[in-house]
Write a new protein. Structure first.
Length: 298
């Protein structure tokens, strides 16, 4: 957890400035007035510097988008929808900034700055900043976290779980593989996937697979100099999802679509107690094996 950032230092400096001004007012101490002035200049300067860094980062992304046919937006909605665990569902006041979208290696990709405030126990909220880069997959996948062994993951409660060891000693030395379904994780992280994860562009990055996204995230604002490596990592991982995992996911999606297509109209309409996902189970009131759903609501 990053507890030190320009925004945090500026906030703490502002608090110290207010305290010193109040103390100087009551004591009329010239020393405290000087200290308040110094702290105020420091806090204000740090805040201005952080704003300038953000403006410069956004300008660089705009230029990149214009030069490479990507799209840029100062903000975005729903980018972390469907993603669970740290840092995607942590804290409060979550927002995505400097959103860059485009195609890399034939896949739709997105990179953005994720901000949120994190509060530990009774401490004051601390602003967190991460860079998130993702590539799309064609099927919905269960959550898998692949985190470097050196990442200090024990500090990150959102990635708590048992480390799954694979047959590769080198992979086990470099990575912690965390999933609530060991068999599924072993199916996804096959030898081809392990080879990709042991490449330089992948090593040292936190990898998250969930829903239709392969995501890598890193603390702070990542520069454009590293963008191609981040995109190579997430696209390479997405491209190496084993074919039998893809087929199983596609079969499940087709089966659900077929159930939904044959569902009665009331199962497709929104409502407080309606998930809009038809189970395909008929209504059999008398136990004779015949669907007793009234025709008017089928």
């Amino acid at each position: 957890m990053r507890r030190l950032s320009p925004a945090n230092l500026a906030g703490w400096g502002a608090g110290a400035f207010s305290f010193l001004v109040l103390a100087a007012w009551f004591t009329m101490s010239s020393t405290l007035w000087v200290a308040a002035f110094v702290v105020g200049v420091f806090a204000g300067g740090y805040w201005v510097w952080d704003q300038w860094l953000g403006h410069r980062h956004g300008s660089e992304l705009r230029k990149f988008a214009a030069a490479h046919g990507w799209s840029y937006s100062p903000g975005g909605q729903g980018l972390t929808a469907g993603l669970s665990g740290f840092p995607f569902d942590e804290g409060t006041n979550r927002r995505a900034e400097d959103v860059l979208r485009g195609v890399f290696s034939g896949r739709r990709c997105t990179t953005y700055t994720l901000r949120f405030e994190y509060r530990s126990r009774d401490d004051a909220p601390v602003q967190q900043i991460f860079t998130v880069t993702s590539a799309e997959i064609d099927i919905d996948m269960r959550r898998i976290d692949i985190v470097p062994e050196s990442f200090g993951t024990r500090m990150l409660g959102g990635i708590a779980g048992t480390d799954i060891n694979l047959e590769s000693a080198q992979f086990n030395r470099e990575w912690r593989l965390i999933c609530d379904d060991k068999r599924y994780a072993v199916d996804v992280i096959d030898p081809r996937m392990m080879e990709m994860l042991l490449r330089p562009e992948s090593l040292g990055r936190a990898i998250h697979i969930e829903g239709r996204q392969v995501v890598t995230w890193t603390p702070g604002r990542a520069s454009l100099d590293d963008l191609s490596r981040r995109l190579s990592a997430v696209c390479g991982i997405a491209a190496r999802v084993p074919n039998h995992v893809l087929r199983t996911g596609q079969d499940a999606q087709r089966a659900q679509e077929a159930r939904d297509a044959n569902a009665p109209h009331w199962a497709r309409e929104g409502g407080v107690l309606n998930s809009r996902s038809w189970t395909g189970i008929p209504v059999d009131r008398d136990g004779d094996g015949v669907d007793d759903t009234p025709p008017a609501i089928r």
